[in-house]
Design a protein around this ligand. Structure first.
Ligand code: DGP
Length: 114
């Protein structure tokens, strides 16, 4: 989609530190990391936000979690524990409107989140 930052990274028009790619899913390091490991996992398909996910996308969303698990292993944070975050909408702090799954690891996370 034109003017979408993450579509730009997926298409290679905008620089991104890509750590995983297949035909449906791309993962790249967050430019403002909040933990030693902070990777954004996104579908190639432009879906703006979690609330826009349709039934036809359910398998894709599951596959994204599979990629997250594999990246957590690869990055060495699987054993210690990690967090997957999806911010949906303004109150949740979503700033980029191409759905993305934050994979955060490498430190202790408190609960509840801020
Ligand atoms: P959210 O607040 O959930 O919409 O998260 C958006 C994330 O995107 C935030 O952690 C910072 C990251 N981000 C913003 N601009 C860029 C960029 O140009 N490149 C990369 N790699 N990450 C970005």
């Amino acid at each position: 989609m034109a003017d979408c930052l993450f579509c730009g990274i997926i298409e290679g028009k905008i620089k991104g530190d890509i750590v995983y790619r297949d035909d449906r899913i791309v993962a790249f390091r967050d430019v403002r990391p909040q933990a030693p490991v902070h990777i954004l996992i996104v579908p190639v398909k432009h879906v703006a936000m979690l609330s826009d996910v349709q039934k036809e996308d359910y398998e894709l969303i599951g596959a994204i979690h599979g990629v997250a698990n594999r990246l957590a292993e690869k990055e060495g944070v699987a054993k210690g524990g990690y967090r997957i975050v999806v911010n949906c909408g303004a109150n949740a702090g979503q700033t980029v409107f191409h759905i993305h799954f934050h994979l955060l690891g490498g430190r202790h996370f408190s609960w509840p989140p801020g």
